[in-house]
Design a protein around this ligand. Sequence first.
Ligand code: SAM
Length: 322
Amino acid sequence: MDSRSNKEAVQATNDDASASKLSCVKKGYMKDDYVHLFVRRPVRRSPIINRGYFARWAALRKLLNQFLDTEGNACEKGHLKKQILSLGAGFDTTYFQLQDEGKAPHLYVELDFKEVTSKKATLIETCSHLRDKISATASISRESGEVLSDHYKLLPVDLRDIPKLDDVITLAGMDPSLPTFIIAECVLIYLDPDSSRSIVRWTSKTFSTAIFFLYEQIHPDDAFGQQMIRNLESRGCSLLGIHDTPTLQAKENLFVEQGWQRAVAWDMLKVYSDFVEAQERRRIERLELFDEFEEWHMMQARDSEGFFVKCSLIFSLMIRLV
Ligand code: SAM
């Protein structure tokens, strides 16, 4: 399917993501009591990268909270159950944060390559801080890269193997008729376009009421986009999907063509200004000296198919309601 080195390089992007999140947490952009457990070598990112990660985190959390806060989330109250499916979850810690906040859904399922889920399963098993957040009766296997607990499941799969995805969500106990929030943060962009399309089609066919949250890069043809591609390629990692859907409109079309009822894509400038509360923006803008104004404003001046920070990132929300 792909060279071993590309697969390893793609998996390594997960370590970058965790290190960037930790950089934000240490600067006070957001709270995450777990991400440090997944980072071996902490790094300090530049203010513009920190701000970009914060905007991404704030937007996802806002949408997740809206999804979870609507009446009937709490599984223990026997109301309407909800589930979250995270594709290419890496070392993301959202489940553990939601547990602390008393907002965890009935079921939270994370999927990734076995090499990644094995490492995560090992950390969950050995670190009491994480272990305490899943049920005492959980079964954890480092070898098979699995965690099976009442409300949290971590399972290995190559997302390109669509028949296997059916097996995996059955094993995880997902109910396709329940409201489902699907997350794919910086994942589909690493897949070949046919595989991305198949995954998007599979989600629309499988879940009857769902939201698909997609966050990834666009605009490969501008200087920032090209720089990002060169950086990743120099580390042996290909953004196979980047040329297939280079605009916001193309991302929206991809989802509608694959069976989603509505698709909305925004660039990250709009996300930062419209999704992050003004008070919160004021708070984080005081956290560190920000001298990348020229770059920031140049990017802000772009049209609605603009881009955000150095990586030309976009944020999309796809909804399917039957
Ligand atoms: N979503 C996480 C986040 O935002 O922190 C991790 C993002 S990381 C950039 C990309 C993740 O996608 C990696 O953990 C990688 O292993 C996973 N991934 C990429 N292609 C995959 C595939 N074909 N099957 C399963 N996981 C995949």
